[in-house]
Every structure is written in structure tokens, then in C-alpha cells.
Design a protein around this ligand. Structure first.
Ligand code: B3K
Ligand code: ZN
Length: 853
């Protein structure tokens, strides 16, 4: 297969201003007729090219006359004599055989669509590219009993009886859109409805559509939607533009959700929530994803992407918007901690490995592989840095200008940067390197102090590491928020400064510094970089207690823990005292937000510790981390018990304060278990049985599943029997075992893959077992290589059904260079076995192939 290159972009030869779609819907067979207007764009004599994937037209008519077409592998071509023609194409589809879940497919009795990025070509041969904007009118006819509800984009314009037990409905979307935003849903659904009055006084009907049995779990999503609509008006001045906004939840979905115009389709895990089945984490995720998809109505739909290389234009910006939204709903510091933890868990390793690519990539084989942490999360960091440098008001002016200028068009990343520059007067020339250069910059900051002349100096250096295809990098523009604190008084020494580091090295001076200063740098994670400083354990412990920015306090604590753990791994032992004292102090600070305390006292993950080492020995990392954990647990035994008891809640409430209590309580329970306290398992089991919410029940289960108590099996059985009919909760039952820290985790996971409730056909289930297992560092990297073999076997089987979801699970195997020779050879061996398999998808070929380099 030939890569698609950004440099080869050419505007479309033919435009399609109008499309009427007619669906005769059925799960076994659906007949589609598409009537489109094709208009020649520019002077050329090239044929009309209509992309296709696995479908062959039953007929093609040009201006009402049966016509010939030439059939290529991935398209059909029609030669058109004039400059404007009407084309009618008929196709037969088989939704119930569509295991890829792209195009039109069946899920739990529903029929639904997924078209981004290139699924529309599995429904109708069409110029399936985001810069072709079309006005859609959709007519659906279906069995009235099986599919009483028929939804599509835009506004409903008619419905009626179609005879023979069938009915029809017609929808019209007045906003021209690219084919990837097309959607329809047919099924036996009910809605939780509401309405929202926009800032100009228009009333919008809202509907969250689910199976009847799930209706009681939709209030949270509906209220999050209303909050998000109001927030986007207030913070970005963006108003909704149709009379209806519908969301449908489906069980089989390749990712989180999809922002189809006026008809969002969601993975049910990001809609359904009630206290008995959803954790606080799930509740937060539902609100964040509902908001994210809603925000796409402007950042993605009204202004879309010219081509898929511009994907971060909509995704990076929309992730930034949903992060701001979530921060505004609770604790901004805790939200930032979670986002940075996610960035370090997924994006930093991606940027350091064989699949590293810039936020605006230069080429791809399969676009589905580029819905990555780099495009989404690093993309969001890039927008955040603009926000930091320009300030709130200028950033908003830039965003207004961007939406004004490009409304109704397909834009580029460059257009966004230009709007920001034009509205603010800023020069983002060097800053644009964030879009073109891959790799996480490394920054070194060395603080020195001359007490005699009251001057502190920070020597800054930056290095952008080489990545595949990009051996040499230019220095980037890094916004670093910096503040100094006095080591004796604990007080800030002057205001925070925003330093823009644009050179390879720079010297920053602070005057009037009489006291020995301690350096607080990259506050709020103002630049997504890896930092190296000359701060001692004492400095970090000091900051963890005195920094006036909670995020910076968290970072100082993490760095202190990380330094301790790296020492332990490399030298076989380390002094735990500084960490223990700092954690003790944090636990004893009554003024701190409980949610923050719960995050601050958590040890860095095994994989993040591994990322600091030149060669990773996962067993050594596990041992070092367990030793510190046990030491913290036993030496602060009383404090963990106080924290546990002090965080006991009354009845379930979903409020930031109640969430914080649950967070701290469950973290404390984990430490109590790690201390070997004789009553820890009973405590966990009592919490498991007595809980009135999933956060506490799941927290207790996780503690038991990691341990050796005989309560473990009992809890797993009770949990299974209670939730066996709830697929989303059953996913938790699989994943909590896949993530187990026990020695026998590999055996358990091999058994679970044979369980009657395990299936690769459902992406959530596949990810719950295989995806979660492959991030369980000790189990996946079992020295026997069984973990690698298990994952490779599952990926090969999944690739036959659903290449897109299979390919997403390759990266853990692709990290082989980071491990010892034996493990590296076994991981490579599995990748080689994958690449050599017959009938491999393009998705897998790209991911596994690149991972071998
Ligand atoms: N835009 C979709 C993602 C589509 C992924 C296609 N492989 C959801 C989102 O980012 O909001
Ligand atoms: Zn998105």
C-alpha cells in the first residue's frame, strides 16, 4: 500500500452540493439509493471519482440514464461530459455482517452508522473526503415494530406509514457537511428529553435515546449536555444551530463517541450512569465526552478539516475545550493532574517510540491509526500553550475570528494559527514547530544563587530528541511558568514569571533574592516537556508543602517519589524517609481538598517509572514500587486509618466534595491493604458489600483482587452474579482482573479469554481484557513471554473482525526497545509473527510494521 502524503493535497475535482439518500432498512439487507448533484470544479477533464470500500453499485444512472462506470480497487470512476450532472447510485448493504463497525452496522437490535474517517464509502460510493461539503436529505423506510424510531442528521421534516407494517421518516440537514458527519439510527429506542433555550432565545429539543431498560441511567448525560451548551455560549460565544439535538447510545462502538451533525452516536459507556453501576470516574467521563462531542458542533462541524492531516485542528482544540469545561465543573488542579497523568501515560511514550508523529502528520497508510494521543492530547497542549501565551482575552478574540472567517468551510491548522496571530498581534512563527516536529522536548533548569548580590539565575537548556524520519530538530518555543520560593520563610519571592524559552539555552535572572530560593517551574504544566532540574529531595519535599499552586505541589511530590523509585531500581535500595515525611505532611494538612490529597499521595505508575530508565526491568520496577508502598503503608498506618475513617460518606452524592472523599477513602484502603493490616481484607469486603455506589464497590473489589485474601473469589463471584446482565459493569469485572498485581495474573487472563462472556466482537469487552492486560506492566512483561503471546494471538483474531480496534492495541508490543534483550526479542518475535500473517489489514500492517523499526 502507498502512503497518503500531506504534500500531495489537491482540491476536489468535483463538488457535490446536494445529496438525497433513500434507505430501505433491514439488518440482513439494506437498499440505499443516493441521488447527488456533481459539479465540476475548475477547468479539467478528469472523471468523477467516487470512493468505495467493499461495496459495488447495483446501478449508476447519469441524468436519469443507466451509465457505465469503471471499477478500481477503492473507487469507481464515472466520465461526465458536462459541468453539472445528477447521478443516482443504488447499493445493497448487509449491516449484520459488518463486524468492522464502520459504515452501516447492527448493534443489539439497532441499526446505526459510523462514518469518520472513511466509513461513508462503505454506504455509498462518494467523494469521501472532508473538503467536499454537501447538503443532505435522508429518507428512511423500515419495519415499524423493530425500528419504531428513525433518526438522522438535521431536523425531522416528515414521517408516515409505508404499508406492509413499515413506516418512513425524512430528515433534512440545512448545514452543508462532509460525509464523515453523516449519521442515521433505526431502532426500538426511548428518549430522555429536555429542552435548551439558546442565548438568542431559540428553543432546542434535546433527546438522549437508549433502550427502555437504560432510560433511568440517562439523567446525568442530559444534564451534562445542558451545562455544556450553556458553557459554550458563555466561554466561547458559540450557540447551537438546529431545532433538535439527539444523542444515541449503542453497545458496539469502536471508540468513545461521534459528533455527527445534530445526531451524536455514543458508546453506551459514555452515556449510561447511575450510582449503582458507574464510578465517579465514569460520571466524569460521561460529562466530558458529552461536552466534547457537543463542542465539535463548532470546532469540527461548522468549521471542519480540509484533509485528515489537519485532524488536530478539530480534535486538539475540542479536547482543550472539554478540559476547560471539566475544570470549571470541579477542581481545576485535580483536573489538570488527571490530564497530565494521561499525557504521560499515553502520549509521552508514543512520542518516544516507533509510532511517533507530529501533531500535523506528513503521511499515513491508514488514517484510523492517527486518532492518537498525539493528535488529541498533545494537540490540546499546543492550544493550551497559545492560551497561556496570548492570555484569556486575546485567545478568545482569536477563536472568534477563526470561527467567523472559516464558518461553513474546511480549514487547516495554519488557518487557526493565523487567526490567533491576527487577533492578538502575536508572532507564532517559531511556535508552529509544535505542529511539525514530533518528540517531547527535554528541558534542563539549573538554579543557582549568589546571596551576596541577591541574584538568582536559572540556566535553561532544551533538547528536542530525534524521532522516526526527523533526525534533527530546531529549538521550540516553550512557555514556562516560573516562580521562586524562599526556603526559610516558605513565601513566594516575587510574582510568577512566564518565560518563553526559544533558544537552545538561556539564562534567566531574578534580582532581590536574599533568601535561598527553591525553584517552582513549568507550573500548571505550562509546556508539555520532560524536565530535569538540580532540585534536591529536600527542595521537592519543601515545594510539596509550600508551593501556592496545588498542581505544582503535586508535581513536586511526584518528582520526589520518582527520584526515590529510580534510585531504588538502579541501586537496589533507596532512602524512603523524604517521601514518607512528605506524604505524612500532606495527609495531615486539614485545608487541602480531599480529592487533591487522594491524587498527591499516589505513587507514580510502573510504566511512568519505567520511562525514566534506560533499560526497563518490570520486575525490579514492581519490587521497588511495592517496597515503597509497603513502607508508606506501615509507617503511616495510623494516618491511613484516620484518612479512611475520616473520609466515610453518608449517602451517595455526585458532588466534587463527595467525590473527593471517595477518592481519598479508596486510596487509603489500598494503603491499609498494602500495610498487611490483619483486618484490611475484612474492611475491604465490608466496604464492598455495604457500598451504595460503584466507586466504593469497585475500589474495594480492586483492593481484594490485588491481594491474597480468600475474600477475593467471593467478591468476584458476587460482583459477577449481581451484574452479569450489565455489559458495562461486566467490562469492569474483566478489567479489574486484567490489571491485577498478583503473580498469577497471566493465568487468570488466559482463563478469562475463554469465559462465556468474553467476546472480541464487542470493542469494549476486547479492550477491557486485552487492552487492560497489555498495560499491566508486570503481567504483560512476564519473563516467560506468555503475556506477549497472549496479546498477539488476540490481536490476530481481532484483526479478522475489526482491524481498527485491533490496530489500536499494538503500541504496548511496539515498546520492545525499552526492555532487556530477552524481553525485546520475544516482543519483536510476536510483532514479526503478526506482520507475517496472511490477510492482515492495512491498519495492522502499518502499526505492527512500523513498530518493528
Ligand atoms: N471524531 C470522533 C473520533 C472518530 C474516530 C475515527 N477513527 C470522536 C471524537 O473525537 O470526538
Ligand atoms: Zn473529538
Amino acid at each position: 500500500a502507498q502512503p497518503i502524503r500531506r504534500a500531495d493535497y489537491r482540491p476536489p475535482d468535483w463538488l457535490v452540493p446536494e445529496l438525497a439518500l433513500d434507505f430501505e432498512l433491514g439488518a440482513g439487507e439494506t437498499r440505499v439509493t443516493g441521488s447527488l448533484s456533481a459539479v465540476r470544479s475548475g477547468a479539467h477533464d478528469r472523471p468523477l471519482r467516487l470512493d468505495r470500500d467493499g461495496i459495488v453499485p447495483d446501478s449508476v444512472r447519469i441524468d436519469g440514464v443507466e451509465a457505465d462506470w469503471s471499477q478500481l480497487d477503492d473507487a469507481i470512476e464515472v466520465t461526465l461530459p458536462g459541468d453539472a450532472h445528477s447521478i443516482e447510485i443504488a447499493v445493497t448493504l448487509h449491516p449484520d455482517r459488518n463486524t468492522q463497525l464502520m459504515g452501516l452496522y447492527a448493534s443489539g437490535g439497532l441499526l446505526c452508522t459510523q462514518c469518520e474517517a472513511q466509513g461513508f464509502r462503505r454506504i455509498l460510493p462518494f467523494p469521501d473526503r472532508p473538503d467536499v461539503l454537501t447538503r443532505y436529505r435522508v429518507r428512511m423506510t423500515a419495519d415499524s415494530t423493530r425500528y419504531p424510531v428513525l433518526l438522522a442528521n438535521g431536523d425531522p421534516v416528515g414521517s408516515g406509514d409505508a404499508g406492509d407494517g413499515r413506516h418512513w421518516a425524512e430528515w433534512d440537514d440545512p448545514f452543508p457537511k462532509p460525509s464523515y458527519l453523516f449519521a442515521l439510527v433505526a431502532g426500538d429506542l426511548v428518549a430522555n428529553t429536555g429542552s435548551f433555550t439558546t442565548m438568542s432565545g431559540r428553543e432546542v429539543q434535546l433527546g438522549i435515546w437508549v433502550r427502555e431498560s437504560d432510560l433511568a441511567k440517562t439523567d446525568h448525560a442530559l444534564s451534562a449536555l445542558k451545562t455544556a451548551m450553556a458553557w459554550d455560549e458563555k466561554v466561547y460565544g458559540r450557540e447551537y444551530d438546529l431545532d433538535v439535538f439527539n444523542i444515541v447510545a449503542v453497545d458496539d462502538f469502536n471508540f468513545g463517541a461521534m459528533e455527527n451533525k445534530g445526531l451524536n452516536i455514543f458508546n453506551s459507556r459514555y452515556i449510561l450512569a447511575d450510582p449503582d453501576t458507574a464510578t465517579d470516574y465514569d460520571y466524569d467521563a460521561v460529562a466530558a465526552v458529552v461536552a466534547h462531542e457537543y463542542f465539535h458542533n463548532w470546532s469540527g462541524n461548522r468549521v471542519t478539516c480540509r484533509d485528515w492531516f489537519q485532524l488536530s485542528l478539530k480534535e486538539g482544540f475540542t479536547v482543550f475545550r472539554d478540559q476547560q469545561f471539566s475544570a470549571d465543573q470541579g477542581s481545576p488542579a485535580v483536573k489538570r493532574i488527571e490530564d497530565v497523568r494521561g499525557l504521560r501515560a499515553a502520549q509521552f511514550p508514543e512520542d518516544a517510540g516507533p509510532l511517533a508523529h507530529p501533531v500535523r502528520p506528513d503521511e499515513y497508510l491508514e488514517i484510523s491509526n492517527f486518532y492518537t494521543a498525539t493528535i488529541y492530547n498533545k494537540g490540546a497542549e499546543v492550544i493550551r500553550m497559545m492560551h497561556t501565551m496570548l492570555g484569556e482575552a486575546a485567545f478568545r478574540a482569536g477563536s472568534d475570528l477563526y470561527f467567523d472567517r472559516h464558518d461553513g468551510t474546511a480549514a487547516t491548522v495554519e488557518d487557526f494559527a493565523c487567526a490567533m496571530e491576527d487577533a492578538s498581534g502575536a508572532d507564532l512563527t517559531q511556535f508552529r514547530l509544535w505542529y511539525s516536529q514530533a518528540g517531547t522536548p527535554r528541558v534542563s533548569a539549573q538554579l543557582s544563587h549568589a546571596p551576596g548580590d541577591g541574584r538568582a539565575r536559572i540556566a535553561l537548556r532544551q533538547l528536542v530528541p530525534p524521532t522516526p524520519g526527523q533526525p534533527d530538530k530546531a529549538p521550540m518555543l516553550l512557555p514556562l511558568r516560573i516562580k521562586l520560593f524562599g526556603s526559610e520563610t516558605g513565601k513566594p519571592l516575587g510574582e510568577e514569571r512566564l518565560v518563553l524559552l526559544g533558544d537552545t539555552s538561556a539564562d534567566i535572572a531574578f534580582d532581590g533574592v536574599a533568601e535561598t530560593p527553591v525553584l517552582s517551574i513549568n507550573r500548571g504544566f505550562s509546556a508539555p516537556v520532560i524536565l530535569d532540574t538540580n532540585r534536591t529531595a529536600a527542595d521537592l519535599a519543601f515545594l510539596s508543602a509550600h508551593d501556592d499552586d496545588p498542581f505544582a505541589r503535586y508535581e513536586a511530590m511526584q518528582q520526589l517519589m520518582l527520584d526515590t523509585l529510580v534510585t531504588a531500581v538502579t541501586h537496589g535500595r533507596a532512602d524512603h524517609d523524604a517521601v514518607i515525611a512528605a506524604v505524612a505532611r500532606t495527609l495531615a494538612s486539614p485545608d487541602l481538598d480531599k480529592a487533591f490529597v487522594g491524587e498527591a499521595v499516589l505513587l507514580p505508575s510502573e510504566s511512568f517509572i519505567g520511562d525514566q530508565l534506560s533499560v526497563v526491568d518490570p520486575d525490579a520496577v514492581f519490587r521497588a514500587r511495592e517496597a515503597l508502598r509497603r513502607d508508606l503503608a506501615t509507617r503511616l498506618g495510623e494516618q491511613w486509618r484516620d484518612a479512611y475513617d475520616g473520609a466515610a460518606a453518608n449517602r451517595f452524592e455526585y458532588t466534587p466534595a463527595a467525590k473527593g472523599l471517595r477518592r481519598l477513602r479508596n486510596v487509603a484502603l489500598g494503603y491499609l491493604a498494602a500495610s498487611g493490616a490483619p483486618d484490611a481484607a475484612d474492611l475491604a469486603f465490608a466496604q464492598f458489600e455495604g457500598a451504595d455506589n460503584m466507586t466504593d464497590r469497585h475500589g474495594a473489589l480492586a483492593t481484594l483482587v490485588n491481594g491474597t485474601s480468600d475474600k477475593r473469589i467471593a467478591a468476584l463471584d458476587i460482583f459477577y452474579n449481581r451484574y452479569r446482565d450489565n455489559p458495562l459493569v461486566l467490562d469492569k469485572w474483566f478489567s479489574v482482573q486484567a490489571l491485577s498485581a498478583r503473580d498469577d495474573a497471566v493465568d487468570q487472563v488466559e482463563e478469562l479469554a475463554k469465559h462465556r462472556d468474553f467476546t472480541l466482537a464487542n470493542p469494549n469487552r476486547a479492550r477491557a481484557l486485552v487492552g487492560m492486560f497489555s498495560v499491566n506492566q508486570r503481567a504483560f512483561h512476564h519473563p516467560s513471554g506468555r503475556g506477549y503471546r497472549f496479546v498477539a494471538d488476540q490481536l490476530l483474531a481481532l484483526d479478522k473482525l475489526n482491524p481498527q480496534t485491533a490496530a489500536k492495541l499494538v503500541p504496548p508490543l511496539g515498546r520492545w526497545k525499552r526492555f532487556d534483550d530477552d524481553r525485546a526479542a520475544m516482543m519483536r518475535g510476536e510483532l514479526e509473527r503478526i506482520v507475517a500473517s496472511a490477510g492482515l489489514s492495512k491498519d495492522m500492517l502499518e502499526q505492527a510494521g512500523k513498530s518493528l523499526d
